[in-house]
Design a binder for this molecule. Structure first.
Ligand code: OOG
Ligand code: MG
Length: 251
């Protein structure tokens, strides 16, 4: 039998000690349901330390990411308030940070199922996600990365826009610059053809988990491009056509 608490402790300790570990599945089999149970057990440990759940992040919603990571199922991870970055991010607490551009949704009312997703969007923004696999070299199987909260570490958001002002979000050009150098470009179309599909997928996972998306939550739709290593003492800007931009300085 899988010891969910033990696996959660192993992952939580790896993050807190800033030390990579071997994938959990090297020690024994782990199915997707148990992997999500581990993910939630790690959240419970964070909650006990005062962190608050403020949303979810979708993973592997673009081919670029599936190919980069060798995983091809849409998953989610859980976002807490401690992960939200204002303008600077200290990387000393991270093992092997990477950054990627994202489209973000602000949830305006409770979402129990995919049918309720579209009408619940209160805002759309350009954002970024900082990933940090707790596994050596980002090498993992699907259950491993689910247990590890989909490699989530931190995220930042640009200004919210009313979706009705945007005329659709299916083809928003995304640009990421590190130290003023163009590092990644892509389109929101890379996210399941339209990031709205990712939001509906989040709603489906919410229904399966019996954990509705709540008003005020953020949903990160998933990266449109591959992630790139995030260096220290760097200035990174992520822009979305019509959405403005968000910047982060690392230390
Ligand atoms: C897993 C997280 C995937 C995305 O946007 O597709 C993800 C990883 O790449 O380590 O965040
Ligand atoms: Mg991501």
């Amino acid at each position: 039998m899988t010891d969910i608490q033990e696996l959660a402790t192993t992952l939580d300790d790896a993050a807190r000690r800033v030390r990579a570990i071997a994938p959990l599945t090297e020690a024994g089999p782990l199915d997707v349901a148990d992997a999500y149970a581990v993910q939630r057990a790690v959240l419970a440990r964070k909650a006990a330390r005062g962190e608050r759940l403020i949303g979810v992040k979708m993973g592997f919603t673009s081919r670029a990411k599936m190919v980069q990571m060798g995983v091809d199922d849409v998953i989610w991870g859980l976002l807490t308030d401690a992960m939200l970055v204002e303008s600077t991010l200290d990387l000393s607490g991270l093992i092997q940070p990477r950054i990627e551009p994202e489209i973000a949704f602000l949830i305006g009312r409770r979402v129990h199922s995919a049918a309720e997703a579209d009408a619940a969007v209160a805002g759309v923004a350009v954002g970024y996600e900082v990933l940090d696999s707790r596994y050596r070299d980002f090498a993992f199987t699907l259950p491993d990365v689910i247990a590890d909260n989909a490699s989530a570490a931190a995220f930042g958001l640009g200004p919210w826009h009313d979706p009705r002002d945007l005329g659709g979000i299916a083809n928003i050009g995304l640009v990421m610059e590190i130290e003023g150098r163009l590092t990644q470009t892509g389109s929101s179309a890379a996210v399941l053809g339209d990031p709205m599909r990712s939001l509906r997928a989040a709603a489906r996972l919410a229904e399966q988990a019996g954990m509705p998306l709540e008003p005020g939550w953020v949903v990160l739709a998933g990266a449109a491009t591959a992630a790139v290593p995030l260096p220290r003492n760097a200035h990174v800007r992520i822009s979305g056509a019509g959405l403005g931009s968000v910047a982060v300085t690392t230390a």
